[in-house]
Design a protein around this ligand. Sequence first.
Ligand SMILES: [Zn+2]
Length: 290
Amino acid sequence: MKTLREYIKEAEENKVAIGHFNISNIEALHGIYNAAKKLSVPVIIGVSEGEKDFIGKEEISVLIKMIRERDNYPIFLNADHHYSFDSVKSVLDNNFEAAIIDAVKLPIEENIIVTKKCVEYAKELNQKEGRDILIEAELGFIGQSSKLLEIIPEDVNESTMTLPEDAKYFVKQTGIDLIAPSVGNIHGMVKGGNPKLDINRIKEIRESCGVPIVLHGGSGISDEDFVNAIKAGVSIIHINTEIRVAYKEAIEKYLKENPKEIAPYKFLKNGVDAIEKVVEARLKLFNGIK
Ligand SMILES: [Zn+2]
């Protein structure tokens, strides 16, 4: 099977993007995988530090590998937003295919040191174990968590957007494989609608930095912006908040209608179906499937 790096390259050539969806339990994994399989497109499962601790890092690593091998299916595992070298090291030691080192709160030179350390460790493992690990880093601030927001956070604005020359410098200094810039995207979903993406900036960053672009905070972005962002150079898109909302609301609705139900496989089923629906629609859009 091709590696994730090769699937990303292929996505870029075909002007499509690979969907990246977060989970914290096996039900969500089922919902996402059902949708991907239906459309026969590669998919990335993401777990943040909190999500990973909840599901278990060994557990999720074994599950994804098992599905990939059993079904000969391109499903990959990414450690989403890990905040230190030690936490990145621990997931790579547990066979994750990719990791995001998020040291964006540090001054740029310190960020470079930590990020570079992760890249070097991944290279060491690639050589020793014949793997093809990808290291991603965020540059420019896009807010912190996947939740529902009343307004656009004050600390995310034009001044925190990534400059193409900074992206170029950062990639050169660190050797990262993927970059997650700030281009008008934010983590979470804003009540009155998410801000618009700066499509030109995406294009300029892709051209200047030379590595594929990952768009974080995909929830709440308009279809039109997604299509233009992919054309401009985005190869992976992260969706988390939307599936969290769909999951919670579907289970809430079921339990309201069936207050006596106690079998988890019954009252969680609606949540799985709701995730599948959201993911299917997103994957269709990202992959240009009508
Ligand atoms: Zn993110």
